[in-house]
Design a protein around this ligand. Structure first.
Ligand code: EPZ
Length: 418
C-alpha cells in the first residue's frame, strides 16, 4: 500500500496532457469479445482498472499484446471460457460490461456480481432487463449472474434510469441480435458515443448514440478494427479544479472541450477566467472565486464524477455552496476527510452545504474511492503545510501517473510506502 505526501502552497504552472478515458476504454475492451478478428485500441490509459479488465479477457481466452504503453491489441478468436470468477469480476464495476458481448457471441455467460467503489448500491437490474427483453434467460446463482440464450433478438427497452453501464451493455449485445433494438431513455455520455463509434468501425449499425434513443440493427458478425479512445473529460476537469485551487496557470491539452463544458460552465459561473481552444483549456490565476450551487445529473448535466473534485475547490470559495448528488447515494465520503483539513461541510441526505474559507491546512487523510481521492489531492495542493493521503490505490485506478504529472506542474508530491 502506498501514500502521497503533498506539501501545499505552490501554484500549478505549465501544460498537462490528458490520457484516454478510462470509462470509454473499459466498454471498448469488453466489446473486443464480439469479433473473432484482431482489434487494436489506442490511447488506452495504463491504469489498474484497465489491467484488471485485461486479466478478465485473458481468462476468457483472449490473446493480448501491447506494442506501446497505451496501445492494446486484442485477439478474441479462440475464447476458451464463458465464466468470470469473483476474484476477477470483484475488482471493478466495469467487469460487468463483458456480459453483453459474451452473451451475444457465446450465447452463454456466468459472471460474479461486479465490484467497484463504495459510492452506492450499484444495482444491475436495468442491464438484466435489457438482456431478458432480447430473449435471454437470466438467474442469480450464488452471487453469479448466469445468462443464456439461443439467439438474441431485437427489442424495445426503456431504461428507468439513463444508466451508463446498462446502455453500454445492452448496445454491445444488440449489435449481434436478430432484428432491431431500440434503447429508450438511454445514457448520452460521450463514452457511449465513443463505444458506438468503435462498434460501427467493427461493422455494427447504430444510430442515435449521444441522444436518449439509440437504435441498433443487428448484423451477422463484426470484423476487426482500429480505434482511438476519446480523451478523459473527468481527468481534464480534475486538472482544472487543481489549477484553480492553487491559483495556478495551467494549460490542459489533448482534450475535447465540448465534453468538459458542464465543468467549464460552472467555473465561469464562479468568475474564473478560462481560455478555451480547439483541444485545450487554460486557467488564469485568480485569488478568489464565487461560491455556486451544483446538482449532478446524467450527461449533459454536471457529472457526478466531478462532484468530489469541485466540492474540494468550493471549500476555498468566498461564500456558501450547495451540492446535490442525484446519481449515487453515498458520494460524499470525501467530506469528512476535507473537514479534517479545516473545511466546513455539512451533509444532509443528498445535499452538502460547503462554507468556503480562505485556506485549508495539511492533515493525515484517507482516500475512500477514486474521485474522493482526487478531491483530497486538490485540497492538499492548496492547503498550508503537509498532507498525507493513504489508500492511494483508489486514485491509481483512474489517473495515469498523477504524481509525476503534478511534479511537472511544480507540485511538491512524493509517493511513499504506507
Ligand atoms: C459509470 O458507472 C461510470 N463507471 C462511473 O464512473 C460513473 O460515475 C457513472 O457511470 C455515472 O456517470 C464506468 O463507466 C466504469 P450507472 P455505472 O449505471 O455504469 C442506477 C468513476 O469514478 N442504476 O449510470 O455503474 C443506480 O441508481 C466511476 O470513474 C440502476 O438503478 O453508472 C446508479 O446509482 C464511478 N440500475 C445510477 O443508475 C442499473 O442496472 C448510475 O449508475 C444500473 C444503474
Amino acid at each position: 500500500m502506498e501514500k502521497f505526501i503533498i506539501r501545499g502552497g505552490a501554484p500549478l504552472c505549465g501544460t498537462v496532457s490528458v490520457s484516454g478515458a478510462k470509462n470509454a476504454a473499459l466498454p471498448c475492451l469488453a466489446a473486443c469479445l464480439l469479433t473473432d478478428e484482431p482489434v487494436t485500441l489506442c490511447r488506452i490509459p495504463p491504469l489498474s482498472d484497465i489491467f484488471a479488465m485485461c486479466d478478465i479477457l485473458s481468462g476468457l481466452g483472449c490473446r493480448i499484446s501491447r506494442p506501446f504503453a497505451d496501445e492494446f491489441c486484442i485477439d478474441a478468436s479462440h475464447l476458451t471460457a464463458c465464466a468470470v470468477p469473483y476474484e476477477l469480476a470483484g475488482r471493478l464495476r466495469g467487469s460487468f460490461l463483458v456480459l453483453g458481448p459474451l452473451l451475444a457471441r457465446h450465447k452463454k455467460v456466468s459472471i460474479a456480481m461486479p465490484g467497484g467503489c463504495a459510492i452506492g448500491a450499484r444495482p444491475i437490474d436495468l442491464h438484466l432487463k435489457g438482456f431478458i427483453a432480447m430473449g435471454a434467460t437470466v438467474q442469480n446463482t450464488n452471487g453469479c449472474i448466469e445468462a443464456s440464450c439461443r439467439q438474441l433478438h431485437g427489442a424495445t427497452i426503456y431504461l428507468d434510469f439513463p444508466s451508463v453501464g446498462a446502455t453500454e451493455n445492452i448496445m454491445s449485445a444488440a449489435v449481434l441480435a436478430q432484428g432491431e433494438t431500440i434503447i429508450e431513455n438511454a445514457a448520452a455520455e460521450p463514452e457511449i458515443v465513443d463505444l458506438a463509434n468503435f462498434l460501427c468501425r467493427m461493422g455494427a449499425r447504430i444510430t442515435g448514440a449521444g441522444t436518449d434513443t439509440i437504435t441498433i440493427r443487428g448484423v451477422e458478425r463484426l470484423h476487426g478494427a482500429r480505434h482511438t479512445i476519446i480523451p478523459d473529460r473527468i481527468e481534464a476537469g480534475t486538472w482544472l479544479a487543481a489549477a484553480v485551487a492553487t491559483g495556478g496557470d495551467v494549460t490542459v491539452t489533448n482534450i475535447i472541450p465540448d465534453y468538459v463544458k458542464p465543468m467549464t460552465a460552472k467555473l465561469s459561473e464562479m468568475n474564473i477566467p478560462l481560455t478555451i481552444g480547439e483541444d485545450f483549456i487554460r486557467t488564469k490565476p485568480v485569488s478568489s472565486f464565487k461560491a455556486v450551487d451544483v446538482k449532478t445529473l446524467p450527461y449533459p448535466g454536471f457529472p457526478t464524477d466531478m462532484q468530489s473534485q469541485l466540492s474540494a475547490l468550493l471549500c476555498l470559495s468566498d461564500g456558501i455552496s450547495m451540492i446535490t448528488e442525484t446519481i449515487f447515494e453515498n458520494r460524499f465520503m470525501h467530506a469528512g476527510e476535507l473537514c479534517r483539513m479545516g473545511a466546513s461541510i455539512k451533509i444532509a441526505g443528498r445535499n452538502a452545504v460547503i462554507e468556503g474559507s480562505k485556506s485549508l491546512s495539511g492533515a493525515k487523510v484517507k482516500a475512500s474511492d477514486l474521485r474522493a481521492g482526487a478531491a483530497l489531492v486538490i485540497a492538499a495542493l492548496a492547503a498550508k503545510g503537509d498532507t498525507e493521503i493513504s489508500d492511494i490505490y483508489h486514485i491509481d485506478r483512474g489517473y495515469v501517473a498523477l504524481d509525476a504529472k503534478l511534479r511537472t506542474l511544480g507540485a511538491s508530491i512524493k509517493r511513499e510506502p504506507e
